[in-house]
Design a protein around this ligand. Structure first.
Ligand SMILES: *Cc1c(COP(=O)(O)O)cnc(C)c1O
Length: 360
């Protein structure tokens, strides 16, 4: 079976060396030395000053919302994984969905202003597929209306925008290090902030708001991660350039093999070094998308509908918004298998099946 993704596993012996070390020390969680080393190496790699390694890419969204004391309405994208808008709901805020740009599939900054009300406190946008949002335009509108900006950068590890890590933008950026992402720590995530004054708060919010022996300073949560997860990160981090190079080769193979007279794909920014996180293709109709998906599944090839449904259409959203572009693309998009070690012969076979089912 060929799945949409396959977890990258590093050299087992290298990981086991850390396991022995952790075992001998007898200290397995709560801000231990391996975790602190990972945080330092991530800061060096990403060239950022303030980074907190946490339990996953969802709790970091919640902590970001909490840390910035957001209330009321948060403007967000309907074209993302449900974790983005669920985090808003979980923090008792209201997601206000703004439609996406038909070329980049990221939130359309020209539509944001019309959705701002006196209750709006922030913009939470996803760099979908690791392709940067229109950061400059979002900044202009956020400054004009005094809004905070959080980027869900779950897809953006390893991406640089104008020479800087894409994770370094916004008031806070969050990342996911889940096993399915470009860089992983089994489960994991990170908060990256540009505010030194938030340091202590972020540090404390991820650990119950509990400082030292008996100080309880915030209504914090358990967003910690363990030494074993941090060790996976330390072993995987040096592999990131190889991982990205291998993904690039798969990506470029699809680029050259698929029939672009019929298919289309999002426009990737030219101001970036990309991480090749996903390979989404858009079909002219949902009917054709299903036809191709069924043909692939028959051959035990499992693409995924990333991202479907458009989040504004989920039944539990408190308010209704029309996002015609997002709703339309969500119906027609499929993400194809993309991972380190996917053989060229399989990419050819997958592309052949797809191209063979594109007649109207
Ligand atoms: C994966 C993902 C998350 C959630 O990350 P977890 O580490 O699985 O909690 C959040 N947002 C987006 C856009 C994602 O793709």
């Amino acid at each position: 079976m060929i799945n949409v993704t396959k977890t990258f596993l590093p050299d087992k012996e290298e990981y086991i060396k850390y396991v022995h070390e952790i075992w001998d020390r007898g200290y397995i969680t709560n801000n231990g030395p391996v975790l602190q080393q990972l945080e330092q190496e991530l800061k060096d790699y990403l060239n950022v000053d303030h980074l907190y390694f946490c339990g996953n890419g969802t709790i970091v969204l919640q902590i970001a919302i909490k840390a910035l004391e957001l209330k009321g309405e948060i403007i967000t994208t309907p074209f993302s994984y449900c974790a983005t808008s669920n985090a808003i709901l979980w923090e008792n805020c209201t997601p206000v969905f703004v439609d996406i740009d038909a070329q980049t599939f990221n939130i359309d900054p020209t539509l944001i202003e019309a959705s701002i009300t006196p209750a709006t406190s922030a913009i939470l946008a996803t760099h979908v597929y690791g392709n940067p949002c229109d950061i400059e335009a979002i900044e202009v509108v956020a400054e004009k209306h005094n809004l905070k900006v959080i980027y869900d950068a779950a897809h953006a590890f390893g991406v640089t925008y104008k020479g800087k890590s894409l994770l370094s933008y916004g008031d806070i950026s969050t990342c996911s290090f889940h096993a399915t992402k470009v860089f992983h720590t089994i489960e994991g995530g990170a908060l990256i902030s540009n505010h030194p004054e938030l340091d202590k708060k972020l540090h404390l919010l991820r650990a119950f708001g509990h400082q030292g022996d008996d100080l309880y300073l915030y209504a914090g949560i358990n967003g910690k991660n363990s030494e074993f997860h941090a060790a996976m990160g330390l072993v995987n981090l040096p592999q990131v350039p190889n991982i990205i190079q291998a993904r690039k080769e798969v990506f470029e193979a699809y680029d050259s093999l698929l029939n672009w007279d019929v298919l289309s794909k999002p426009l990737i920014s030219s101001d970036i070094e990309y991480n090749y996180a996903y390979y989404p293709v858009v079909f002219p109709s949902e009917e054709m998308m299903f036809r191709v998906m069924d043909a692939l599944r028959e051959q035990e090839i499992i693409p995924r509908r990333y991202f479907f449904p458009s989040l504004n259409t989920l039944s539990f959203m408190p308010r209704q918004f029309a996002c015609p572009v997002s709703e339309d693309i969500a119906l027609r998009v499929l993400s194809l298998p993309l991972y380190v070690g996917l053989p060229y012969s399989d990419i050819e076979r997958i592309s052949g099946i797809i191209n063979g089912h594109l007649s109207p």
